[in-house]
Design a protein around this ligand. Structure first.
Ligand code: HAM
Length: 412
């Protein structure tokens, strides 16, 4: 779990601001959910035989003996909130959220125990046009952030629940013939969740899988059409993608479309965004059957990617630094600063505290990155004046305090 330090926060703010602007450009609304939910919500939504449920949740009992968990992702809570508040039945919802998620994974570069996601969830629309819109939205975001050349899109269809069940049977039969080569994890999943074996990282098992039955051959007609519709819309939008038949995602609620954006340069934790359809989840969690599709992106991974590309955000925190010296000048300076904050929207003024001569105070103004210093000595206060100096070789003048707001409004 990481601290986000003042040196890093400008890049976080840039990413957060850009994501919010891009999502808003599509007419989506923000929703905020609690970071803690009943444990059984996640078990039911994400699936018992998944890494997240089997080994990654922070689960504890509260004082009433209820089992609660820190949220490992946002989709389950978003669906719960939608059902509980009557947002989903016979309605369309286009929602987004942002916040911390928690998974007790082995930490490494790009994988943390507290991490942050931006998530988008759409309810009530079943056609591939909305799947395409979500992918277009992420494409726009990568372009705005300057990373589009360094990411690639993989998509797949994992079909309906029924077609997947018949495929899983075939896959289990196939895997049983190769049982001696499988590791313990795969042996366990072979019967309960064989699909997850498809994205194994173990080379020997990957080799066997080249001869395994193909998911695409078992897709139902409607899923095939849906996928063809999505591909057509992406082609028309000029978005490049590869179809990865082994892409199944790590959470159980998906059906039909699944997709991931990958930034190769990040190494093993290279997925910066993942999502797909989950048309069965609302009903499974107690709501009326409602189609749904969404994605989430990992903010830390985006930060890492932008740092490796040297796309740092440098934002000085201050426009104006106020220095004072002499009796009564600090109070007068603080008063003047308040007036200026009131009158110039967005102006950032920092007061110098702690005394010292002007030289020391100017040094500090330079270090902090201010562009203008305001100077108040006893003389200025007595005459209701103030001296302004534009740093790094600019103009210096003493003017009436009544005129400084107008002057600053032009300078910063
Ligand atoms: P997910 O693939 O588990 O999907 O997570 C989405 C993204 O969160 C990942 O692609 C990655 O960028 C980031 N992420 C996941 N785990 C970590 C971690 N330990 N450290 C840093 N970043 C991480 C979901 O969570 C789904 N709820 C997405 C979704 C929304 N599907 C439909 N709607």
């Amino acid at each position: 779990m990481n601290d986000c330090l003042p040196t890093q926060s400008p890049l976080w703010q840039k990413i957060e601001g850009t994501v919010k602007d891009v999502i808003s450009a599509y007419g989506y609304s923000e929703v905020r959910m609690p970071i803690v939910e009943m444990t059984h919500l996640f078990r039911r939504a994400i699936g018992e035989i998944t890494d997240v449920i089997e080994k990654e949740m922070y689960t504890f009992e509260d004082r009433n003996g209820n089992s609660l968990s820190l949220r490992p992702e946002g989709t389950a809570g978003c669906v719960r909130a939608g059902i509980e508040n009557g947002l989903l039945h016979n309605q369309e919802q286009r929602l987004w959220y942002m916040g911390p998620m928690f998974r007790h994974e082995r930490p490494q570069k790009g994988r943390y125990r507290q991490f942050h996601q931006f998530g988008v969830e759409v309810f009530g629309l079943h056609c591939p046009d909305v799947d395409a819109e979500l992918i277009m939205m992420t494409t726009r975001l990568w372009r705005k952030l300057g990373v589009i050349k360094y990411v690639r899109l993989e998509i797949n269809s994992i079909g309906s629940l029924e077609s997947r069940a018949s495929y899983c049977k075939k896959l289990t039969n196939f895997l049983m013939q190769h049982e001696p080569v499988l590791d313990d994890d795969c042996k366990r999943r072979m019967h309960n969740n064989p699909l997850r074996i498809l994205d194994t990282k173990v080379p020997e098992i990957q080799a066997i899988l080249t001869d395994a039955p193909k998911l695409s051959e078992y897709l139902d007609d409607e899923s095939k059409q849906h996928f063809a519709g999505l591909c057509e819309l992406l082609d028309e939008a000029g978005i490049q993608y590869t179809v990865n038949e082994k892409l199944v995602r790590g959470l159980d609620y998906y059906n039909r479309t699944v997709f991931e954006w990958i930034a190769e340069s990040l190494g093993s934790q290279s997925t910066i965004c993942g999502g797909g359809r989950y048309d069965g989840l609302v009903e499974q969690l107690g709501g009326k059957a409602t189609p749904a599709v969404g994605f989430a992106m990992g903010v830390e991974r985006l930060v890492l990617l932008m740092e490796t590309l040297e796309l740092r955000a440098t934002r000085h925190v201050v426009d104006v630094y106020m220095v004072t010296s002499g009796k009564g000048t600090l109070a007068a300076g603080m008063k003047l600063a308040e007036t200026l904050r009131e009158n110039i929207f967005g102006l950032r003024i920092m007061m110098h505290f702690g005394g010292g001569n002007f030289k020391k105070q100017f040094k500090r103004a330079n270090r902090i990155g201010a562009s203008v210093v305001l100077v108040l000595g006893e003389d200025e206060v007595a005459k209701n004046e103030v001296t302004f100096k534009i740093l790094r070789g600019g103009e210096q003048r003493t003017i009436s305090q009544d005129d400084i707001a107008e002057k600053l409004g032009k300078l910063v």
